[in-house]
Design a binder for this molecule. Structure first.
Ligand code: DGL
Length: 272
């Protein structure tokens, strides 16, 4: 199979906005996206389970597409398994970790909200990020598996009111804590970025890691050897495509097809 340049991995639809941002910056880069829907949700699993699922799916994907760079567009997979992925595969990896550093630069009142999966808020890696980059801040954490499940299974068919209602409990929680900055530290939340901004209002700044991850992936790509056999004319895969590892229900399939249609990205079905 023709070689691809960047492989994006997430447990579901969460990493898609990361791939779109990278394609905005570099439309010519050939990308494949894999949602590991067979193992969704990663955020509710143990560390050992996440490491094992991430390794198996990455191995399958690397065998299939032989990418130059792998972007782990999932905070949970990155905080839990990036180290072991880097040790297991001879491909440069870019991780997606909670943007605590950016939040610490942006907060005025030193109160930061961290919205993530249950695993990410409990993982010691996240605690290390806080002590390293925001030692003088109070970080209020919320794991919101319910919202992540809504985004994965219902978002692209939900109405505007349903979307706003879905973010309301998290917004209420952080407003009560008095934060002035909230980090969206699960990639799924990026699909609701504008709803979060609207609901938080002007006094709360919403932060994510899209820009940094896309730029880091392009930096690594520019440093990696050029593909001699790379030709946009020989196509086993399109310039951008979305695969999943399982389609559990017809509505899940509809969600992916809907997102792909709206974003003009080919939906390729099950990962071979
Ligand atoms: N999108 C993933 C993240 O960034 C998590 C979703 C899940 O629980 O699988 O953490």
């Amino acid at each position: 199979m023709d070689r691809i340049q960047i492989l994006f991995l997430d447990s579901g639809t969460g990493g898609l906005p990361y791939m779109l941002r990278l394609k905005e910056l570099a439309p010519e880069v050939r990308c494949v996206y894999i949602g590991d829907t067979a193992n969704f949700p990663y955020g509710e699993k143990t560390l050992a389970q996440i490491e094992c699922m991430a390794r198996e799916t990455t191995e399958r994907a690397i065998k299939c597409f032989n990418p130059q760079i792998v972007v782990v567009a999932c905070n949970t997979m990155s905080v839990a398994a990036l180290k072991s992925l880097r040790a297991s595969f001879d491909v440069p990896f870019v991780g997606t970790v909670p943007a605590i550093k950016l939040a610490a630069k942006s907060t005025q009142n030193k109160k930061i909200g961290l919205l993530a999966t249950r695993h990410t808020i409990e993982d010691p890696y996240t605690e290390d990020l806080i002590s390293q980059f925001a030692p003088d801040c109070k970080v209020y954490k919320r794991g919101d598996g319910e919202l992540i499940s809504f985004i994965e299974h219902h978002l692209f068919t939900a109405s505007a009111d349903e979307r706003l209602a879905a973010v309301a409990p998290a917004v209420e929680f952080f407003k009560t804590c008095g934060v002035d900055t909230v980090v969206l530290a699960c990639t799924h939340f990026l699909h609701l970025f504008s709803e979060f901004e609207t609901a938080f209002g002007k006094s709360i700044n919403v932060i994510d890691s899209r820009e940094g991850v896309a730029k880091q992936a392009l930096r690594l790509l520019s440093e990696s050897p050029k593909l001699e056999d790379f030709s946009r004319e020989i196509k086993d895969v399109p310039d951008m495509g979305v695969y999943v590892t399982s389609l559990k229900t017809a509505s899940d399939e509809f969600e992916y097809k809907n997102w792909c249609r709206l974003s003009n990205v080919p939906f390729m079905g099950l990962l071979p």
